[in-house]
Design a protein around this ligand. Structure first.
Ligand code: CA
Length: 168
């Protein structure tokens, strides 16, 4: 299940964010303090960070996270100041949303960033897919490859050849 950590000290904004994200079927862990977020972020698939918090800055927290993780980070910023947006991206955030934002925009950005994060894991899974060997033939389903005696065979119609191979 997708878990999102929300670090935001304004209850009005946090409530709207939690509601929108939960409607997508995601689990949201809402923290109002950096101290709490530090304890909980490691399990999250994506971090939504406010910049100004009672016990510090979301920028500092992002820098801490980036020392050990590439988890997607999106800043929620009330400031229309370009400097803030640029600083966020420079210290490793993936995206930002300017408050007030529409729930649809927020959900769309979260989805896009989750996809980018999940893609490398999928590629890794595909590489580790077992291959099927029959005699001198080796079939790698995920890579759409059939080889014979370590020579890759030219496939004109991969789908058909795979089916034929399976019936050999
Ligand atoms: Ca704040």
């Amino acid at each position: 299940m997708t878990q999102i950590l929300l670090l935001e000290d304004e209850p009005g904004i946090a409530d709207a964010v939690v509601y929108s994200l939960q409607a997508e079927g995601w689990t949201v862990h809402w923290c109002t303090l950096l101290a709490e977020a530090r304890q909980r972020w490691a399990q999250a698939d994506l971090l939504l960070l406010d910049v100004g918090l009672p016990d510090g800055s979301g920028f500092e927290f992002c820098k801490e996270v980036r020392r050990s993780s590439e988890v997607p980070v999106i800043f929620l910023t009330a400031r229309h100041d370009e400097t803030d947006r640029v600083v966020g991206l420079e210290i490793g955030a993936d995206d930002y949303v300017i408050k007030p934002f529409s729930p649809r925009e927020l959900v769309a950005r979260v989805k896009a960033n989750l996809k980018r994060w999940q893609r490398p894991a999928t590629a890794e899974t595909q590489q580790s897919q077992p291959q099927l060997s029959i005699g001198d033939f080796v079939w790698q389903a995920q890579a759409c490859r059939i080889s014979c005696c370590a020579q890759q065979l030219e496939l004109t119609a991969p789908g058909q050849d795979h089916e034929r191979f399976l019936t050999i």
